[in-house]
Write a protein that binds this ligand. Structure first.
Ligand code: FAD
Length: 261
């Protein structure tokens, strides 16, 4: 069984988000990490390897330095890694990103593709389902549990405060939640091997059945006009009303003061 996991290198936004003057993310000024949902997706694939002997490949599209997250994945136990990097792919929105990843996946063997539910920088949760659409395979999103039975997969899918049990035939695409599991750590031996490991590096020419008009900034219907960090409001006003009536008076007074009513 062959599993391909799409992992994205993202800025660690826990330390605060830094922007360039033009409103784009200043990725150089922030620590780059493996997207948390993708790490859980990778762990799910490694458990299929432990249980069923699955072969695990990790795939990323990004700048050459995105190879760092591929080496981390190899050190966790992935079997091999593919980096798709090319200037013409830069500035991609989700449509162009999923088109690129689907173009790479058409040149790979897979019974199951795992992506994260969403990346912590773009936060759109669009790429996974878009890849499945490009490849014409079923998608099960928000996986909390994955069970395999021959060429059928059963997924416990998170849905608000409950869950669905969803079945699909392979090949299919599953989007993973970081709540899915506790990813294993890299092993010293794994790190040693990962540092030396060959990473397959592909460019635009290695993408199958994609048109230039759907790649990179030019192929992106969505352009980010400006991105900014949320403005932190000061602490709110505190009131201790003596009675419910007084509470109503205070609220109505505030709403009038702010011309809401
Ligand atoms: C602040 C901000 C807002 C944005 N808003 C939009 C928008 O509204 N519409 C739009 O089209 N684009 C938007 N973008 C651009 C978008 O982030 C990029 O296109 C990005 O490559 C993919 O979208 P995402 O980060 O939302 O990923 P998601 O769709 O959230 O990612 C889901 C999963 O897909 C996989 N994946 C995503 N990117 C890669 C990759 N490069 N390599 C391997 N696997 C990957 C991962 O498994 C990931 O967990 C925005 C970017 C930023 C920084």
């Amino acid at each position: 069984m062959k599993v391909v996991v799409c992992i994205k290198q993202v800025p660690d936004t826990k330390g605060g988000v830094k922007f360039n003057p033009d409103g784009t993310l200043d990725r150089g000024a922030m620590l780059a990490i493996m997207n948390p949902d993708d790490k859980a997706g990778l762990e799910a694939a490694l458990r299929l390897k432990d249980q069923y002997g699955a072969h695990v490949t990790v795939l990323t599209m990004g700048l050459p330095k995105a190879a760092d997250v591929l080496r981390e994945a190899l050190a966790m136990g992935a079997d091999d890694a593919v980096l798709v990097t090319d200037r013409v792919l830069g500035g991609a929105d989700t449509w162009a990103t999923s088109t690129t990843l689907a173009g790479a996946l058409r040149n790979m063997e897979y019974d199951m593709i795992i992506t994260g539910r969403q990346a912590i920088d773009g936060d759109t949760a669009q790429v996974g389902p878009q890849i499945a659409e490009h490849l014409g395979i079923p998608v099960i999103s928000y996986a909390q549990e994955i069970k395999l039975d021959g060429n059928k997969v059963t997924v416990k899918r998170q849905y608000d405060d409950r869950y669905h049990m969803v079945e699909a035939k392979l090949p299919c695409l599953i989007t993973a939640l970081s709540e899915l599991n506790d990813p294993r750590y890299m092993t010293p031996g794994g790190i040693f091997d990962a540092v030396k490991a060959d990473i397959t590096t592909w460019g635009r020419a290695d993408l199958k059945d994609v048109e230039d008009g759907n790649l990179g900034l030019n192929g992106s219907p969505t352009k980010i006009a400006k991105a900014s960090d949320k403005v932190r409001k000061g602490a709110g006003e505190k009131f201790v009303p003596e009675s419910p009536e007084e509470a109503v008076d205070i609220i109505v007074g505030k709403l009038k003061e702010k011309h809401v009513i």
